[in-house]
Design a protein around this ligand. Structure first.
Ligand SMILES: C[S@@+](CC[C@H](N)C(=O)[O-])C[C@H]1O[C@@H](n2cnc3c(N)ncnc32)[C@H](O)[C@@H]1O
Length: 208
């Protein structure tokens, strides 16, 4: 099981130390997937300060999100309110999902953006998320690739929290893998995610 309490304290102090740690714009891989689909129900685990949720709300999606950090949650809620949109954002720790009602209905898209968990938690989390997909729904994962551990500029510095595309595909048995690839990109996502990086892009669909 994840040491979620220790993780929560770490992330909370990071968010208390500054704002827009991962920028205000949505993640590019996520935005591309969002724009390619008609609006539906979206779940964002580990959503941080709400940059991805706000982009989806603007495009007409119904959005549920959760994270370990109350400061990040409060910022996201205030930003959604300023847009005049409803955002269901709870505290929660993967591999569990919040128990609030909107989280128990199936999702058309679930997007896990740069949430790097210990292997056993990650596998359980991906299985739990796959089970929440509606028929035809998509699980999207954007994460750092294992070789990013050697690049101290950003991301976890240990491969223990970094999964290859093949590992993600094995986590998500029962889903049809649409894309599972490593890419070299240049991130422009706020003070903690800026510059060249090795990332994994993963998309898998629940059969209809
Ligand atoms: C690198 S940040 C990315 C935040 C957001 N997804 C984004 O792209 O802006 C990782 C986030 O995952 C959250 N997190 C870490 N472990 C988690 C867990 N077990 N359950 C839920 N959220 C978690 C952290 O609190 C943090 O907000």
């Amino acid at each position: 099981m994840n040491d979620a309490l220790g993780e929560a304290g770490l992330w909370e102090s990071r968010y208390q130390s500054g704002e827009d740690l991962f920028g205000a714009k949505p993640n590019a891989f996520f935005l591309e997937a969002l724009q390619a689909r008609p609006p539906g129900r979206l779940l964002l685990p580990g959503e941080g300060e709400g940059r991805n949720a706000l982009a989806a709300l603007r495009l007409g999606w119904e959005v549920c999100a959760f994270d370990l950090s109350p400061t990040a949650r409060d910022r996201a809620r205030i930003r959604a309110e300023a847009l005049g949109k409803t955002l269901s954002y709870e505290l929660g720790a993967l591999p569990e999902l919040p128990e609030a009602v909107p989280f128990s209905e199936p999702f058309d898209l679930i997007a896990v953006i740069f949430v790097h968990l210990p292997a056993a938690v990650r596998r359980a989390a991906h299985q739990a998320l796959a089970a929440r997909l509606a028929p035809g729904g998509t699980l999207l994962i954007q994460s750092f690739a294992p070789k990013q551990a050697a690049n101290p500029s950003m991301g976890p510095n240990s491969t223990a929290r970094l999964a290859s595309p093949g590992t993600l595909a094995r986590d998500c048995r029962g889903l049809e893998v649409l894309r599972a690839q490593e890419r070299e990109v240049v991130l422009d996502e706020g003070p903690l995610h800026t510059g060249p990086a090795s990332v994994v892009e993963f998309l898998a669909q629940r059969p209809r």
